[in-house]
Design a protein around this ligand. Sequence first.
Ligand code: SF4
Ligand code: SF4
Length: 455
Amino acid sequence: MDFHHALFVDNDLCIGCTHCMTICPTQAIRVRNGKAIILANRCVDCGECYKACPVSAIGVEQDDLEMIFKYPVRVILIPSVLIGQFPRKIMTSGIYNALKDIGFTHIYEVENTVDMVLEAGKQYMHEHKIRPLISSYCPAIVRLIQVKYPSLVGNIMKVNPPIDMSAMYYREKLKSSGIPQDEIGLFYATPCAAKIAAVKSPVGEVESAVTGVININFLYNRILNYLQRKYTETEPPQTDDLLSSKGILWSLTRGELVHSNGRALAIDGIKNVNEFLENIENEKFDNIDFLELRACDESCAGGILISGNRFLTVERLKNRAAEYKARENDKTRKPLDGFLNLNEHGFLGNIEPRPMGKLDEDLSAALKKMERKRRLMCYLPGFDCAGCGAPDCQTLAEDIVQGDAQVSHCIFLQQQMTSQNLLSQEQAVRITGNIWGKERLEKNCNKLGAEDENN
Ligand code: SF4
Ligand code: SF4
């Protein structure tokens, strides 16, 4: 199955500024004809480009809300960070009522199955001796490892994350109450693009139990609108018999780590994770048993589709967890019904490496390309200026050996080639225009800091 991607560039808005290209952790963006393009085999849907774009030219797809009405039973699975975005004075019952008003018939919290995820994790650790084991919770991290650190794919803990576990659990539960499978639409409120991509092309699974994905920022605005019209603070708080304090904190940084045995580290932010994985791959760090790696700062509270401030979201969730903890101490929480079987539902299937740096399927051809790439690096200036439409000289060299770019794309080598009559001025102008767009080379006084001399 191909990688599905949830992010796209809106060509009408893109100004080819390269902000997205230079920040992308997998060098997945190039500029052509003055517009950014995302390379599908490299993108991990981390959303860094979305955050970096100054003109909101990068969008996140979502399923049409109308789609839910095709199903008589319309379930929304909400992650705890949806609740965490709202001020403390907003009772969870108000949020649940808003979701019912939008059209959902059943509302469940994603982290209700965390106990089972923990159980599967313990079993996996016991049965697999490879270290460090890396959490499979964040789909952007799983994809990052597949494409950029393929030698570490075996370290990914193949445990189903809470979203998949809960989707399977509630499907089984509703089915057991006599509802036909095709009448159940099970939707997930996602805080990030990577989780959309993971639902549409699951890693290590044949098919997701989730029917569709609704972006949290869209729901947040609809909920706010409802609360402004109908909310009264006298409503009692909504409680969920399956939710626990550990479930509420699971999606935050250290949410998984606190339950692991041995030496464990929690790292958030894709740049930090990238640096750390590089060291793990080069065997610079050892004696680590477990790594909780999350692509976003403050984990899911910092997801690109979260509207609330991530630090306040963390604060609210910690407060909510403390309230649930008090309830748990009263031993009132129900155990999960037996709709899931750990061995059947608890684990992911095979996760394949998908190395982005693989130069050729054929080994001898790959070696030749590697040699050519190294030779090219002797000539490219190493400024990583992005003037060629690639993020850095190494990436341009790779594009050249793959036939996707030419040496003359480098603006410095291009000058040398024209001075040595290897390239005409017209050819040079055409090449630059193909990368940056012809209009880019024309006078334009609308740019920041520009002023027309005729004014
Ligand atoms: S989502 Fe991440 S990996 Fe994909 S293009 Fe954007 S920054 Fe690069
Ligand atoms: S950040 Fe990327 S997508 Fe946004 S305007 Fe600049 S080049 Fe285009």
